[in-house]
Design a protein. Structure first.
Length: 451
């Protein structure tokens, strides 16, 4: 490969490929010219446009096709000088989500591992300072320069979670845990230079957790999962390492819970099924089912239902039909739909469901036609509170004209419990009388904020 030469620096792209909260890290082989034996992301010289080159590198170095990955975000370039090589670098960082962990390495790398990104800052650190067991295997591994800096430019943040209108609550709750994990991992790594400061670590992580809890107030699952991680650090004997371990365990637990809920729901999705909005758990349930046909409401104003329909058209063999939100009642009455399946941002203690606007109308119409409604949600989506905080979208998403008119753009609505036939979780379908008991267990996780 040749360098990009718009200045004297060498321009490269680096992609972090994420799956189930971990990223793909590769060891550079003897076939490359620099940083042999060191670990990094998927990288290569930016010979043309970085946005195009990064996908080329992904195909060539991992065998991951374009349809197996999706761009999450790109970050500001990282510019630095390597005095040993007497060379200046400009790194263009990217984060992609991958549907698979099946990777076919090129000759440029001789080993790979899927690891939590905090392994990057554990590389080369003293094990005692780093805290012990979480990343022991990485304590003696060297990463390419500024790899953590590049990752931080694309990592989940409070701001990115607040701005994400494309994904459901389960997805965003894992991003919140990742943000907590990353900060805890950095604090642990900094002990080698600054020494341990358990009280200061707790205060910094508690402040971050508070911001994460406030950013999407309607999403009980985000609140419950952050609270569970912080509950592990609720006394004076715990520190950043405890939060790091708890956040990593929470990410693994969340992925497993969502998978199991999807598997239980898949057993119910036969015949002609309707869905709306975008729930990663519902998508997995439909992928694991054998429906005869799937109807998808477009889910305006974001239109995420269109993307869901396109994904299902690639993944399923049955016909996929997309329709307007206004046509939901008509489709239920005319198309012999057997079941409505939706995700949930929150399940309230009385069994009612907070989800993307349009869910209430679909459930009421389904009840009128005798069509059962299944809600798929991990138990962490059960709310500990009776009150509802419903978010609203931007005015411009509905109307950006100049007339003096009011605009309503509610993001979520509340579906009454009597319009929901079942809530399917990782433990299977739960009864109405079990919902309050689970909510009480989740309330206990909130006690860390009183410390």
């Amino acid at each position: 490969m040749s360098d990009s030469t718009d200045d004297d620096a060498s321009h490269v792209v680096t992609a972090f490929v994420r799956n189930r909260g971990e990223v793909l890290l590769l060891r550079r082989s003897d076939a490359v010219g620099t940083y042999r034996g060191q670990w990094g992301g998927v990288s290569g010289f930016a010979e043309g446009e970085p946005d195009e080159q990064v996908r080329t590198e992904l195909r060539e170095e991992t065998g991951l096709a374009d349809d197996a990955i999706s761009l999450v975000r790109s970050g500001r370039p990282v510019r630095f000088e390597d005095p040993d090589l007497e060379r200046e670098w400009v790194v263009y960082p990217y984060l992609f989500d991958a549907d698979t962990r099946e990777v076919d390495l090129s000759e440029e790398h001789d080993a790979l591992e899927w690891a939590h990104p905090t392994a990057i800052v554990a590389g080369g650190a003293d094990e005692t300072a780093a805290g012990g067991s979480v990343h022991d295997a990485w304590a003696d591994r060297e990463t390419v320069p500024e790899l953590w800096t590049a990752y931080e430019r694309v990592a989940p943040t409070v701001r990115s979670i607040a701005a994400d209108d494309d994904h459901g609550a389960a997805f965003l709750s894992i991003r919140a845990l990742e943000a907590l994990r990353d900060r805890a991992g950095l604090l642990v790594a900094e002990r080698a230079e600054l020494g341990a400061d358990p009280e200061g670590e707790r205060e910094e992580l508690a402040a971050l957790a508070d911001r994460l809890l406030e950013v999407r107030p309607s999403m009980a699952v985000l609140r419950n999962r952050v609270n569970r991680a912080m509950a592990a650090a609720a006394d004076d004997t715990t520190d950043a390492f405890t939060v790091l371990e708890a956040a990593i365990a929470g990410i693994d637990r969340a992925a497993t819970a969502d998978d199991e809920a999807a598997a239980h729901a898949a057993d119910r999705l036969e015949g002609r099924v309707m869905t709306l909005s975008r729930s990663s758990t519902v998508l997995e349930a439909l992928r694991g089912a054998d429906p005869a046909r799937v109807f998808v409401a477009e889910s305006r104003p974001g239109g995420e239902g269109i993307a869901v329909a396109e994904t299902l058209a690639d993944d399923l063999e049955c016909p996929i039909t997309v329709h307007s939100d206004a046509a939901v009642a008509h489709v239920l009455e005319r198309e012999a739909v057997d079941r409505v399946v939706v995700g949930a941002d929150t399940v309230l203690p009385d069994g009612s469901v907070v989800n993307k606007t349009g869910t209430r109308a679909a459930a009421i119409a389904a009840a009128r036609e005798g069509v059962p409604v299944t809600v798929v949600a991990a138990t962490d989506k059960l709310s500990t509170r009776e009150e509802v905080n419903l978010e609203s979208g931007s005015r411009e998403a509905v109307y950006d004209g100049e007339a003096s008119i009011d605009v309503l753009n509610p993001t979520f609505d509340v579906t009454p419990a009597d319009c929901v036939n079942e809530v399917v979780t990782e433990a299977g379908a739960i009864r109405d009388d079990e919902i309050e008991a689970v909510a009480e267990e989740l309330r206990a996780l909130e006690d860390w904020r009183e410390g």
